[in-house]
Design a protein around this ligand. Sequence first.
Ligand SMILES: [Zn+2]
Ligand SMILES: [Zn+2]
Length: 231
Amino acid sequence: MPAKFDFHLHTSYSDGTSAPPAMVEAAEARGLEAVAFTDHGPELSVGTPREKLDLILQDIELAREDAGIPVLASIEANVVDERGRIDVEEEFTKKLDLLMVAIHNLRGTNDRLEMARDYLMRATRAIEQREVNVFAHPFFLHHDLLPHLSREEIEDFVRLAAARGVAMEVNMKYKAPGDEFFALCLREGVKLSIGSDAHTLAEVGRIDWALATLRRVGAKREDLILDSFLR
Ligand SMILES: [Zn+2]
Ligand SMILES: [Zn+2]
């Protein structure tokens, strides 16, 4: 097993049910090496209200004081438009240990090819313009959109992620994309992250599918982002 950690946790500041200290306790009980809190950015309907962004950081700081494992402050920022802008300012993200971004909205269409194109453009522009550490549940929005992109488009994106130092997340909630994508990431030098996407205490550290995926694609500890964030 390369490493057990969970860099995708939602607290009651967004749509989760619990506060950071209880989630850290659950993580320790399940043998995780480290966690990162990633509440939703303010532009999602269930996101963290802007005026509470700094409060979360204080709460994470308190949870960290009592924790026996490293506890990182992060956010699941939303890419909000076709130019790849995200819903938190640089002034806020520089206070974080790591920045995770995700796409939860596209322009209204049910056509999967159009969705995939729009997704790719937003994802590309987002990682081009901000210092993103983790890209959450890549190419999943209602469906796995990756099969609608060409091999060349996917490779270009993965190479850009490698050049920009952006890790791709192996997300437990959506269990997508498939092994081929993560194997490509490893070949191109893109690191991988693990996220349960927990919204409840019971889900913290539930990462069995992610660990199985990492084993299947032959990921080693040094292929994961964990060690770059441990001090
Ligand atoms: Zn998400
Ligand atoms: Zn999430």
